[in-house]
Write a new protein. Structure first.
Ligand SMILES: [Ca+2]
Length: 172
């Protein structure tokens, strides 16, 4: 009797240890990789736009959803571009501070509303646009907007593409 309750206690202890190990390794697996702090500290901001905001891009590469969270976690917003003046400030900034191929996420998508792009930060539809000739052209496959920093033109892209750089803005 004593021996079987001893075994039961051992069984409980081993069981608890195993459960702890499994849950902590699951937790590690679910944790997102930390954004390198240096990349944030080294971030340069654009000039102020007339509406009083600044853009900030990062030399990081990620999917659209990770980009939205990246800005959100930093207390910033995913970038929106509401006027030609803003697109010009942004293009000058991206062209002058980043190396090719400088494709950046804009905080806009037509997910769930094919053909009707809206800004994540304001939930308002695109009014000003700077689409490259013939774009957007990806239909229901490409639903997230990017800007090419070389000339300020926009392209639709697969939202899951993890090779695009994040572009945030200060909250005006
Ligand atoms: Ca689309």
């Amino acid at each position: 009797m004593a021996s079987s309750s001893f075994n039961f206690v051992h069984f409980l202890i081993y069981g608890l240890c195993f459960a702890t190990l499994v849950s902590s390794s699951l937790e590690n697996e679910l944790k997102k990789p930390e954004t390198p702090l240096g990349a944030i500290n080294d971030a340069k901001f654009s000039n102020l736009t007339q509406s009083g905001k600044q853009y900030v891009g990062y030399n990081l590469y990620m999917s659209f959803i990770d980009f939205i969270e990246h800005c959100h976690k930093l207390g910033l917003q995913p970038a929106n571009v509401l006027t030609k003046e803003e697109n010009d400030v942004l293009t000058t900034y991206l062209d002058g501070n980043f190396a090719d191929p400088k494709y950046f996420w804009l905080g806009g998508a037509d997910i769930g509303r094919e053909g009707r792009y809206y800004w994540i930060a304001s939930l308002s539809e695109f009014t000003f646009t700077s689409w490259g000739p013939g774009y957007p052209n990806g239909g229901r496959d490409e639903n997230c907007a990017t800007i090419y920093g070389g000339d300020g033109s926009w392209y639709d892209q697969y939202c899951t593409n993890d090779g695009v750089q994040p572009l945030c803005q200060t909250i005006p």
